[in-house]
Design a protein around this ligand. Structure first.
Ligand SMILES: [Zn+2]
Length: 449
């Protein structure tokens, strides 16, 4: 005995704006419905399509939906398949009206193939109501409608947003080149295409024009389609700065760069976190620039570019810092270690009697509180004891230098050139605490851990 055939109908609704979205297009919805029907061995009798219809449109104005209800009433359908609940309803009232007037009287079930609702349990029905209430709210603030309006504007060559992208200004709602920023944008693209570095082009542009655009601006320039004249479906939306081919070249160059920067293991910054701005005392930021001749890392105080009063506005190359530090370790570290050891021995020889004196002072206080001595006497004795304190020098001058000594003894320095960048990074971090930098010069000596 074979199971009775389930006759299914698919329902698809797609608004104009949604048609362009991945996963919501008519084709995508149809594919999902067909896939589900095949997997569950139901016979798909018909697919009803309401195209260009937003969820706001009332049910009786959706032609395909009304046809499907007629089929339900005629007893031709057992099951309705939609991709998601919001494809056919975004409103609690409409949903129940349809259930009560059409589906329940004719014993028709429905199923959202990409969602999991159970119409047979109280919990399942509660979920549906909840989902519909949410969909209703979403519908009111309506993304659909906004997208439709935007798409309409774009088709007419109008910029649908407030601010114009860099290099443009808005004239009668259209984007035209802005004479003020046009040279900057042209310079940026020329530089980018010649050198292949987004960051390099950004710095060069900022240097040349005295601007302080952030990296995000460079990313916008490299990504936005308006720069080759296209927006949305509109192929001649605005005057272009570059061709589509140039845009594609920039994209592929930028992606190569991103790979270098986004992966700290691919190109570790040797000194990031260790360099201190000698003006504003913030840590310097590392930048890596890729040129045909190689990859260059520099450090600078990001606070100097955002007009926050830091005068440390020059960057310093990683090479310079590395050379300086290697030199320091070779030439001066031994001397430093000797000094440390001497002051450490001196300090160790000094008895630190702070605790003892404090205890004596406490006893004086007790005498005073119990009226054995007067205030005058109390003050005199406290002061006298304070003068007898012998303190060890602060720990800054008595650092443990065993790690630094190892550096000299193990021939670690000879090993250095053979290390990977990751290992070099770890090497410096092993004993260096910070190094102060001002306007591209090192304010030595280094401070060790
Ligand atoms: Zn600074």
């Amino acid at each position: 005995m074979s199971a009775p055939v389930v006759r299914a109908a698919g329902y698809i609704r797609v608004s104009t704006a949604e048609q362009a979205l991945r996963g919501l297009s008519l084709e995508a919805q149809e594919a999902e419905i067909r896939r589900w029907a095949a997997e569950h061995h139901v016979r798909l009798e018909n697919i009803y399509v309401d195209k260009g219809i937003t969820a706001r449109k009332q049910l009786h104005r959706r032609a395909a939906f009304m046809q499907m209800m007629q089929a339900v009433d005629a007893g031709q359908i057992d099951l309705i398949l939609v991709m998601r609940l919001d494809r056919w309803f975004r409103n609690v009232y409409d949903y129940h009206k349809m259930m009560n007037e059409h589906l329940i009287p004719h014993g028709v079930n429905w199923c959202a193939v990409k969602e999991d609702y159970d119409t047979t349990t109280t919990n399942g029905r509660l979920m549906i109501n909840l989902r519909l209430s949410i969909a209703e709210q979403e519908c009111d603030t309506d993304a659909d409608r906004i997208r439709d309006v935007q798409q309409n504007m774009v088709a007419k060559g109008r910029w649908p947003f407030g601010a114009a992208p860099l290099g443009y200004r808005i004239e009668e709602k259209r984007l035209v080149k802005d004479p003020q920023t046009q040279p900057q944008v042209e310079f940026f693209f020329r530089h980018m295409l010649a050198n292949g570095s987004l960051r390099g082009a950004l710095f060069a542009m900022n240097d040349r024009f005295g601007t302080s655009y952030e990296y995000r601006r460079a990313q916008d320039l490299s990504r936005k389609s308006v720069y080759y004249g296209v927006y949305g479906e509109n192929q001649s939306f605005c005057p272009a700065y570059i061709t589509l081919e140039e845009h594609q070249r920039i994209r592929s160059l930028a992606e190569k760069n991103v790979r270098v920067w986004s992966s700290p293991t691919a190109w570790p910054h040797l000194f990031s976190g260790l360099l201190i701005c000698d003006d504003c005392h913030r840590r310097l930021n590392a930048q890596t620039i890729r040129r045909p001749s190689g990859v260059y890392t520099t450090y600078r105080c990001s606070h100097s570019t955002d007009n926050h009063g830091c005068a440390n506005n020059r960057s310093i190359s990683e090479k310079v810092i590395e050379e300086y530090l290697l030199n320091y370790v070779r030439e001066d570290l031994a001397q430093y270690i000797v000094q440390m050891e001497v002051s450490r021995k001196k300090a160790a020889a000094l008895p630190d009697n702070t605790a003892k004196i404090r205890a004596k002072q406490e006893r004086v206080k007790t005498l005073f509180i119990n009226n054995f001595i007067d205030l005058e006497e109390y003050k005199r004795r406290i002061q006298e004891l304070e003068g007898q304190i012998i303190r060890r020098p602060p720990s800054e001058k008595t650092k443990d230098v065993s790690k630094l000594k190892q550096l000299l003894e193990d021939g670690a320095l000879k090993m250095y050139p053979t290390l990977t960048r990751e290992e070099k990074r770890a090497f410096w971090r092993g004993f260096l605490k910070e190094l102060h930098i001002y306007r591209g010069t090192i304010q030595g000596p280094p401070i060790f851990l």
